[in-house]
Design a protein around this ligand. Structure first.
Ligand SMILES: Cc1cc2nc3c(=O)[nH]c(=O)nc-3n(C[C@H](O)[C@H](O)[C@H](O)COP(=O)(O)OP(=O)(O)OC[C@H]3O[C@@H](n4cnc5c(N)ncnc54)[C@H](O)[C@@H]3O)c2cc1C
Length: 433
């Protein structure tokens, strides 16, 4: 079967196994003795983290084990998507404590990438609300793990990019919800300096994210539209699925180019009104891109890369400016650039978040981008930075090992639970795990 990551920048042909229960998974590992595999959820990671010659997909393994509607604790097989769970939990007055910008991700993918949302500055990441996991490791054994049981396996698995084993189910603590609506406010800033000042002023709000105009120059460089959100409490929990539109085919390459990206960015910036307040439903606030199925086809046949860079320096503006200059000078523009603020990270070995700011860029795949990537990494190396593994397509082994400081602890646990190193992805080969 032909597969790629969400960035469509690499296509592979893989054997896909579809076990329906734990015994079938164990048989695949112990009896079929497949030589190397990775688990794949819905393939929303951007690069090659869920790509390998052999793939285990749990799409036929779907079970809702328990939903305690009073305590808001749900236990389900890992292949449930957040979108499927939303249909069950919202009307009962619950939501996720942390959600990424797409609901088309599985619980297993959210745990393995320890995803964050627009509220990391206050609430941490997805795995902080995972009560326990069941996982089948590379030895073909089923383990329970949590902060109290097989703790190291838990810390290596949350954020561990599927490399310790197959997460078969998860028990998750949900967030009490009193309305399906989010009170939203828009703040427009004139440049990067003002954007960072506003983040500092506004970070007592539950959700905050900025779209950044990566094409603006000079005194407008880094101008942004900041979206702030807080839950309402009007008691309206009636959830309705929204109609989506589709982009079924890859767009011709010429449509998205430096001129159209500059034009879209300008229109988008001027379209939004400063200080506008409105209420919108959860779907539109958290998952705006999900309204267009296959929006990744916009980038054409060679796809794109997304890079999310964590900046752990006191003044994030210096490196953000350098990154904006770097891509502007090389005429590689991003339309979907964003900034988020992060709070303190957790104890997982490979989780991405830590105190600081992140800049995310979506860049159309071009020959030039390929050529300049190493130079870009050299720039990042001069600062305290790190790249989110679930958004990575090109990171070098050297940069990974320099920036993921708990890599050796992770590797020790991986070796213990996957002694034959059966579990690996194209990404794990590239970055030397
Ligand atoms: C529009 C959009 C917005 C996004 N916004 C955010 C965001 O705000 N924050 C953020 O952090 N991420 C974000 N992401 C990235 C996305 O949340 C992660 O890549 C997530 O892991 C994808 O889940 P998936 O089910 O598609 O997993 P896949 O892409 O299939 O796999 C991702 C990783 O998880 C592992 N994995 C998947 N299932 C299992 C399992 N059952 N057991 C063990 N390992 C498993 C895979 O091996 C792989 O390493 C976004 C992606 C998109 C497309």
């Amino acid at each position: 079967m032909s597969l790629s990551g969400w960035g469509n920048n690499l296509s592979t042909f893989s054997n896909v196994y579809n076990p329906e229960n734990n015994d079938e998974i164990i048989n695949i590992i112990l009896k079929d003795k497949i030589s190397g595999f990775i688990t794949r959820g819905l393939g929303r990671s951007y690069g090659d983290s869920s790509l390998a010659d052999n793939i285990i997909s749990l799409k036929n393994y779907k079970k809702l084990f328990n939903f305690d509607k009073n305590k808001g604790i749900i236990e389900c097989s890992s292949n449930y998507s957040l979108g499927e769970l939303i249909k069950i939990i919202i009307e009962k007055g619950w939501f996720f404590n942390v959600t990424p910008g797409s609901k088309f991700v599985t619980v297993g993918g959210a745990v393995a990438s320890d995803v964050h949302g627009k509220n990391h500055h206050l609430d941490g990441s997805f795995s902080d609300y995972v009560v326990s996991l069941k996982i089948i490791t590379g030895e073909g054994k089923l383990y329970n793990c949590s902060r109290n049981e097989n703790q190291q396996l838990f810390q290596a698995t949350c954020g561990g990019m599927g490399l310790t084993g197959i997460i078969v189910s998860a028990k998750i603590q949900l967030l009490k919800l009193k309305s399906k609506f989010i009170d939203t406010q828009i703040i427009k800033t004139k440049n990067l300096k003002e954007t960072i000042v506003k983040f500092k002023e506004l970070n007592n709000n539950k959700y905050i994210i900025a779209w950044i105009d990566t094409t603006a120059k000079n005194e407008a460089k880094g101008r942004s539209i900041i979206f702030i959100g807080n839950h309402l409490d009007d008691g309206d929990l009636k959830f309705e699925e929204k109609k989506t539109i589709s982009i079924p085919l890859k767009f011709p390459d010429f449509i998205l180019n430096k001129y159209t990206i500059k034009l879209f960015s300008k229109i988008y910036y001027h379209f939004h009104k400063h200080k506008k307040k409105f209420k919108q439903n959860l779907n539109n606030f958290f998952y705006p891109l999900d309204n267009i199925n296959n929006w990744n086809n916009l980038y054409g046949k060679n796809g794109f890369i997304q890079i999310q860079i964590l900046i752990e320096e006191k003044d994030p503006k210096i490196i953000i400016n350098k990154i904006l200059d770097f891509f502007q000078e090389r005429e590689q523009h991003s339309f979907l650039g964003s900034i988020k603020e992060f709070g303190k990270g957790n104890d997982n070995y490979l989780s991405f978040p830590n105190k600081g700011y992140t800049l995310t860029l979506d860049l159309k795949m071009t020959k030039k981008l390929n050529e300049v990537y190493q130079e870009f990494e050299d720039l990042l190396k001069k600062h305290k930075t790190k790249i989110h593994l679930t958004k990575d397509s090109f990171m070098s082994e050297q940069y990974f090992k320099k920036t993921y400081s708990n890599y050796s602890k992770f590797k020790k646990i991986k070796n213990k639970y996957d002694p034959l190193n059966l579990i690996n992805s194209f990404q794990s080969h590239r970055i030397g795990i």
